[in-house]
Design a binder for this molecule. Structure first.
Ligand SMILES: [Zn+2]
Ligand SMILES: [Zn+2]
Length: 146
């Protein structure tokens, strides 16, 4: 499940990604996008706020959240609301499913096909995105419970 679904990008490539979506590449936007592309743990927006401030940039929570909203609106990252409290972000845009552990709150990528092209019931519909989240316990948290 540690399969790499995207390659890390250099600064110029990140700028191009933003400019292609008509987003001005500010240092904060570049940092958030680079961070999301570099890890596969689907950080929550709280985690990203902490990461940005720990990295020396001091930004308000609202600025970080608004920037993430903007990136999501433009389709560069996907918001994943797994429960009422946690809004995670995913930079892997290739369709995939997730496993969510209720013990450690971990979120793993699952390379499950979410191909809607061959679902006869969707004839005439225009699907834009699909989401599958399997909830349960990861092997670590499920030890001795199975
Ligand atoms: Zn777990
Ligand atoms: Zn994912």
């Amino acid at each position: 499940m540690n399969q790499v679904l995207h390659q890390p990008l250099n600064e110029t490539e990140l700028q191009t990604m933003l400019l292609e979506k008509d987003i001005q590449p500010t240092p904060l936007r570049l940092k958030l996008l680079a961070y999301l592309l570099s890890i596969e743990t689907h950080p929550t927006r709280e985690k990203m706020y902490e990461h940005i401030n720990a990295a020396g940039q001091s930004c308000s929570r609202a600025t970080v959240y608004n920037t993430l909203n903007l990136l999501a609106e433009k389709g560069l990252v996907l918001p994943l609301r797994v429960d009422d409290e946690h809004l995670h972000y995913d930079a892997t845009l290739m369709p995939h499913a997730h496993f969510r552990c209720k013990g450690c709150q971990g979120l793993w990528n699952l390379p499950v096909s979410l191909d809607t092209d061959h679902v006869p019931q969707l004839e005439g519909f225009l699907p834009e995105r699909s989401e599958i989240i399997i909830y349960g316990l990861c092997p670590q948290c499920g030890k001795g419970k199975g």
